[in-house]
Design a protein around this ligand. Sequence first.
Ligand code: GUN
Length: 296
Amino acid sequence: MEEKKLLGKPVAEKINSMVGEKVNFLKSKGIEPKLSVVLVGNDPASSVYVGMKEKACIQLGIHSKTYRLPENTSEKDLLDLVQQLNQDAKNHGILVQLPLPKHINEDKIINTINVKKDVDCFHPENVGRIVAGNPYVLPCTPAGIVEILKYYKIETSGSHTVIIGRSNIVGKPMANILMQKAEYANATVTVTHSRTKNISSYTKQADILIAAMGKAKFVTSDMVKEGVVVIDVGINRIDADNEKGYALVGDVDYENVAPKASFITPVPGGVGPMTIAMLMSNTALAAATQNGIKLE
Ligand code: GUN
């Protein structure tokens, strides 16, 4: 049934159009929003994402510069680049694509990013601000999920929302956002993960189930209750008998779970388009903040 699908595209389009207006407003004040993206190494998936970020910036009139650095870049050289970008008043956002090569300490890099330029919301101070209920920006994927829930008027207040996965990028911040005393939050949140015993006993209780652990088709129909709202964050490549030789599937077994769900995000086309839209939104907000302007 088509109408049960929570498509990301219309939501991303709405966000993009709002961000476009904000960018124009900033430009009218002489501020040219700019995002710097740093990619170390040749991971093909990361390279695709970085290309998509560049394209989105161009579409919205945000200046962008991408630093493609070799795999053997030293930690010191990367720290130096981050510091240089911190000091550049014309640059408002810094995104260092993760994962980084093993010889570089990710925490050290993230901790060096100026908190006001941290458009990923990975810096511990910005993570702490979410927990304290006073966020600067929200991390892009969880923020995109909140926008999908808002757009489709899915009530989170009082819901039992179960999250699978405890990553710093999705699971942990998502839990902290949804448990806040705030509009489009107020959920009772359970976080499950790879060490959870009898995970079905939790997922079956979920009014809203957020799957974000990166395992293809992990969530099966026997793990959910009738009427559940399913948000699938997974993007997994599996072998397929088609031209490309692979297919992209989520963390949810869509065909079998969809008939039981009241709403469900497809993969691709659900959460995916939201992440970059929220990155653009965070960049506009960062540019405004660094220039003492408050955007509505
Ligand atoms: N790697 C996977 N997702 C992300 C993201 O949202 N930001 C960054 N910087 N790296 C990632």
